[in-house]
Design a protein around this ligand. Sequence first.
Ligand code: FRU
Length: 481
Amino acid sequence: MNQQELHQLASKKVEENKPLIEKDSNRLQFHLMPPVGLLNDPNGLIHFNGLYHVFYQWNPFETSHGAKFWGHYTSKDLISWQEQPPALVPSEWYEKNGCYSGSAVEHNGKMYLFYTGNVKNKNNERETYQCLAVSHDGITFEKKGPVIFLPEDYTPHFRDPKVWQQDGIWYMVLGAQTEKEEGQVVLYASMDLENWEFKGPLAGGNLNGLGDFGYMWECPDLFKLGTQDILLASPQGLEPEGHLYQNLFQSGYFIGKWKPETNRYVHGDFIELDRGFDFYAPQTFEDNHGRRLLYAWMGLTDENEAFQPTIANGWIHALTLPRELVLKGDKLYQKPVAELTQLRKTHDFHQQVSLDNEAKSWTAINGTVSEIYIEVGQHEVTCFEINIRENVKLSFNYVKSMITLERKSFKDGSPESRSCQLPILKELHIFLDTSSIEIFLNGGQEVMTARFFAEPTEQTITFASRGKVDLWIEKWSLQLS
Ligand code: FRU
């Protein structure tokens, strides 16, 4: 199908699905979602000509993975978003099975999108092309076709270009798999964004002192924060290790020093970015205030996908809230962006409370779309717990110094959990949307993200302790105005 036909067909799907999403109580209130079909990775994050642009992997035709489009939202303030026509549709031979993930940069007043053309050829084998599309207005894009072909020693699992400029040179990192099935990040360089030179591997399994580390790394992102070079990657094939790597695929980062001249990257350990259930393929960008902001897919390609109830209403998945990254010592902290305070509609609760071996709830704290801020004061407890809408439980075990997030599995409602070591619990900042929760612990030292699907009538939030604890609690109802 040509571009126009694909656009028309997608618009028709969006229109047809409107009545279904309107009545869906799981539709999120302040997160980005697809109007119909499946959303996965955030793509092309950029602040361009006064607007934030968020593109996303989108299959408008099904609630499963397929030939991806680039869906597109714009915003002045990261809060109210406007849906734009799809930026890329898989109409050409070099992308016929999907315009896969990529990134955006500005050059000479134009927006340049780099993305992966995914092709299944006649023999059902994968082919991959790194492609370029250019726009003057940030809304319509002219495709320039492939600018990079698969180099030797790599399988066609070679994708997700992230481009940036440093000291007058354009660089690109790509997620890759070697013929030995090691996950890697590779580097290219260019002076003009069209001619790219292969510079070799930058990081990955069996490189830079890292042992065996997965069979494929997706969605890399390399950027400076302070004096450090941070590399994000989403490795596939890591085995669970205690409480680490509990999801099917992981997303995390390395802190290190990268020398562009030699392409040597010396780095520390891999650290997971989010310790909940639903977080993958994060991408960052520097905005016009000099902040390093991150969005991720609030989901994962795993067995949960098939059991998500929103499928009945023709859509699946969402993006996380935008988070600001701050480097503190040897840890990346993630903070909900300051703009989110604009969502606060009513300040329903702000009070010092005490729990003494009991469970308590307050009508003013209950609800489905809210922000809850908690400071933990004096305590002599072994356990502190918050129960949310009878579907999610967050508990801190003082004996083990361990935070645990539990939810009902989408498949059969049985409890499933993710845990993370936390030396001390000082503060919890919770963003609750109709079917998602994002918990920022101790100012973003750890974050836990999850989708959950509760009955709209289940609105109670209960606090409980074993022992005595003083809490300062604030709660706002949130609403997009
Ligand atoms: C990550 C990913 C990327 C790919 C895209 C396809 O979720 O697999 O590697 O470009 O999704 O939608």
